[in-house]
Design a protein around this ligand. Structure first.
Ligand SMILES: N[C@@H](CCC(=O)N[C@@H](CS)C(=O)NCC(=O)O)C(=O)O
Length: 251
């Protein structure tokens, strides 16, 4: 059971590029993020795409630096993208923005305990991707991977050997803890927790294809295929809107 909020622009599954500024359109949603990789914004794109809600992307570096990184004035300035914006309202922190959009789009469990479990899972997905990303930036977390390639390799090796299997086996256990691993992560219908899990599994497969292939996680692999096959997600994942992963950070 999910919250019955109205879905805006239902079935208008279209993305537009807007370089006119972070303000975007007053009517629809704007997603502000770097253009270098799917990154954390992918958690939010999957929500827009599954809900069939129109969103406009602002990817211009100068605009992001001016309006987000150095943004001054206005209530609740942001530390870093992704940022979602609609009219005068804007919100950062990907998990919070995901949960907010999920509420708007009918992808947030109504039941209080299920909503808490969805949050538990989505934040765990964020922990996983953040730890994976950090392995590629062991010396300088906000510096480019290319400048620390050799020095950070031991961190990547350690992540691959000891942490990645633990994370994947955890997600396998999580899925199998209900409905024989054949259902949704929380409750009986799709929520933002399923989309969060889908995103981190796609990132894993893209960054570490051999490890993903070798890991014994049948429920997880079936889950990934099942969710990817949902019509709106399948259309998105095969469209030009869906960017390839960067190949150097799980992002
Ligand atoms: N906890 C934040 C992290 C945001 C974040 O680190 N954004 C990155 C891109 S994925 C960024 O642009 N960081 C700039 C900075 O840290 O100065 C979230 O989940 O949204």
């Amino acid at each position: 059971m999910h919250q019955p909020y109205p879905v805006l622009h239902q079935d208008v599954n279209l993305i537009q590029k807007d370089l006119s500024g972070m303000s975007g359109s007053d009517e629809g949603w704007t997603l502000v993020y770097w253009d270098v990789c799917p990154g954390r914004a992918e958690f939010l794109r999957l929500l827009f795409e599954e809900a069939g809600v129109l969103y406009t992307e602002v990817n211009d570096r100068d605009i992001i630096i001016k309006d987000v990184i150095k943004g001054e004035g206005g209530l609740y300035p942001h530390f870093a993208p992704p940022v979602i914006k609609k009219g005068k309202f804007s919100l950062s922190q990907t998990h919070v923005a995901s949960r907010y959009l999920a509420g708007k789009f009918g992808l947030l469990p109504i039941d209080e305990e299920e909503a808490a479990h969805a949050e538990q899972v989505n934040l765990t997905c964020h922990d996983y991707i953040a730890e994976g990303r950090l392995a590629f930036h062991g010396i300088y977390p906000t510096g480019p991977y290319a400048t620390q390639k050799e020095t950070t390799q031991p961190y990547i090796d350690r992540f691959l050997e000891s942490r990645l299997p633990r994370w994947l086996q955890y997600f396998e256990r999580l899925l199998k803890s209900k409905d024989d691993g054949k259902g949704f992560v929380v409750g009986k219908s799709l929520s933002y927790a399923d989309l969060g899990l889908l995103h981190v599994l796609r990132a894993t497969e893209a960054q570490f294809p051999a490890a993903w292939e070798a890991e014994d996680v049948p429920a997880l692999k079936a889950f990934k295929k099942r969710i990817e096959a949902r019509p709106k997600l399948a259309a998105y994942l095969t469209s030009s809107r869906c960017q390839p992963f960067s190949g150097d950070s799980m992002m």
